[in-house]
Each structure stands twice: as structure tokens, then as C-alpha cells.
Design a binder for this molecule. Structure first.
Ligand code: SF4
Length: 290
């Protein structure tokens, strides 16, 4: 454990954590498991309404297991990657058959559920049962890479060295370790974001290896701050801000005026749509995802 990092991040989490229903004191292990699967490839804002609908309809694994798997797919809505709905349904059946309808607390039992990988098993054991596990999602891996190894991004595939590093940081006391796990994840989601980390708001800015090195870009390209102007990233930011500031859907000309180069503008718009950040409406207008 390294208190240098732990305490500032835990203190930051205390005042900055988002109020999310799967973190509430009355959240059930089942609710936490469903949230973890939904959040794997989908932003919180899109998960929230679907998660609430699922919890209302299927408050327990047995309730979901009692329905055909097609109902789970139907209720998945527009979250994307609908195979996740099938995996949850399979897990609900296994929990009902093997564990009397209660989400198991043992890490190995969680790992044995269909479609539950190392990350989800560790996350549920940690968040639902306050156990001590290294919980390494993309947010956590990115924070640790920057903070400790001075790299902007972690390796493409998770390495044993990363796991060892994450384990070495875990507070010894299991409930504190569980809180630390969610705190680092939240720091990655809100401050140490993939493309535009807000280092000035970071509680461990003075300890960050990547920042201390001058935030060198991954694989040697020029520093991000010097190349932002004119990039697709800047273009996407402009387009999205039009929608953020509008009260409803906007016409295409409202987007066209914010970026002169039409080729780059269309490419950025396509990327935003592909990322699910902008919805092209059937009437030709554009909106933030519903
Ligand atoms: S200082 Fe910046 S890069 Fe380093 S951990 Fe904080 S937000 Fe991430």
C-alpha cells in the first residue's frame, strides 16, 4: 500500500463521487452486477435509465431467469453490444440454479458464472461485498499508467506487471481497499480522462509521473497541447458543444458553421455518431443521444 496516493484520492472521492444508484447503500449485489455489465462499453448517462428499468422489472436474478432471454435483449434498448443482455440472462439462470437466487460473494464463484470475466468478478466482489481486489478497468489502468509509470496510456493488453502494481497499492483493510478501487475508477472517469485529462483538478497532480515528465505523448508523437488546434478532436468538441448548448435537435447548418473544412467536419461528425455521442434524426436534424 502506498499512502502517498491513497489518502488524496480517497479524500477527493469523498467530495467528488457521483451519486449513482448502484453505489447507494441500498444497492443490491444483483444491481451492482447488472451495472457493471452495462457500464463496460456504455457511458453512465445512457446506462442509468436502462438500469432503472431493469431493476424495476427484474429486481432479483430469479425474476430475470424466469423470463425468456429475448426479453432481456428487448429491454437492453440502445445500450449496444446486446450480447451483454444474453450474458446477464445466463448469469441470472446460473445464480438461480447454483446459488439459490443470491449473487455469490466468493470471487471464484463469481468468476465461474457465465460471461463473468476477471474484471467483473473483482468489481462485484469489491463493490458489493467490500472485499480486497485489484479492480482494473480502462479508467483505472490509464490513471495508474500516468501516475506511476509515466505513460499516457497503458499497454493494449493487460500485463501481469500492471496487476502486481495495482495490488501493491491496495489498502490492507478490505472496506478501504474497496473504496479505493471505486475512487481510482472515478478519478479516471471524471478527471484523468482518456483524451483531455484535467490535471489542475487532480488530487495527485504533484505526484504524477506523466505530468512531471511534461505529459509526453504516447509512442513519440508531438505533445498533445501543441497539436490540438485544427485536429479532429477539436472539431468534434466544437460540433458536440453546439448540441450541448442547444435545447433540442439542431439543423445541419448549425453544425456546419462551427468548422470550415467540410471533409474534416464530416469525418468528425461520423465519428461522434459512431461513438454514440450524436444521434442523427430521421428528419435530418441531429441530437444528443436520448
Ligand atoms: S495529474 Fe493528470 S495525468 Fe496525472 S493522474 Fe492526475 S489527471 Fe491523470
Amino acid at each position: 500500500m502506498n499512502l502517498t496516493y491513497t489518502d488524496p484520492i480517497l479524500d477527493w472521492y469523498e467530495t467528488n463521487a457521483r451519486d449513482l444508484p448502484w453505489r447507494a447503500p441500498d444497492a443490491t449485489p444483483w444491481g451492482i452486477l447488472v451495472s457493471e455489465i452495462m457500464l463496460q462499453q456504455t457511458p453512465v448517462v445512457r446506462v442509468l435509465p436502462v438500469w432503472h428499468a431493469w431493476m424495476e422489472r427484474w429486481p432479483t436474478p430469479s425474476a430475470l431467469a424466469a423470463e425468456p432471454s429475448g426479453e432481456a435483449v428487448r429491454a437492453w434498448g440502445r445500450l449496444g453490444y446486446p450480447r451483454r443482455a444474453l450474458r446477464l440472462h445466463e448469469s441470472a439462470r446460473a445464480i438461480t440454479e447454483r446459488h439459490g437466487g443470491q449473487v455469490p460473494s466468493a470471487h471464484e464463484d463469481l468468476l465461474a458464472l457465465p460471461g463473468i470475466g476477471a474484471y467483473t468478478a473483482a468489481a462485484v466482489a469489491s463493490f458489493a461485498f467490500r472485499q480486497r481486489h485489484a479492480v482494473l478497468d480502462t479508467n483505472v489502468r490509464r490513471v495508474l499508467a500516468r501516475l506511476l509509470t509515466g505513460d499516457e496510456y497503458p499497454p493494449k493488453t493487460q500485463t501481469k506487471a500492471e496487476i502486481r502494481l495495482a495490488e501493491s497499492l491496495l489498502p490492507l483493510d478490505p472496506p478501504t481497499a474497496a473504496r479505493w478501487a471505486v475512487a481510482v475508477m472515478e478519478l479516471g472517469a471524471l478527471v484523468c480522462t482518456a483524451r483531455t485529462p484535467r490535471c489542475v483538478d487532480c488530487p495527485v497532480l504533484d505526484k504524477c509521473a506523466w505530468h512531471a515528465d511534461g505529459r509526453p505523448a504516447y509512442d513519440g508523437p508531438p505533445r498533445r497541447g501543441q497539436t490540438y488546434a485544427g485536429t479532429d478532436r477539436q472539431c468534434r468538441g466544437r460540433l458536440l458543444s453546439v448540441l450541448r448548448e442547444a435545447e433540442g435537435p439542431v439543423e445541419k447548418p448549425a453544425l456546419d458553421v462551427v468548422w470550415a473544412d467540410p471533409v474534416q467536419r464530416e469525418r468528425a461528425l461520423d465519428a461522434l455518431i459512431a461513438d454514440g455521442l450524436i444521434d442523427p434524426l430521421q428528419d435530418g436534424r441531429y441530437a444528443l443521444p436520448g
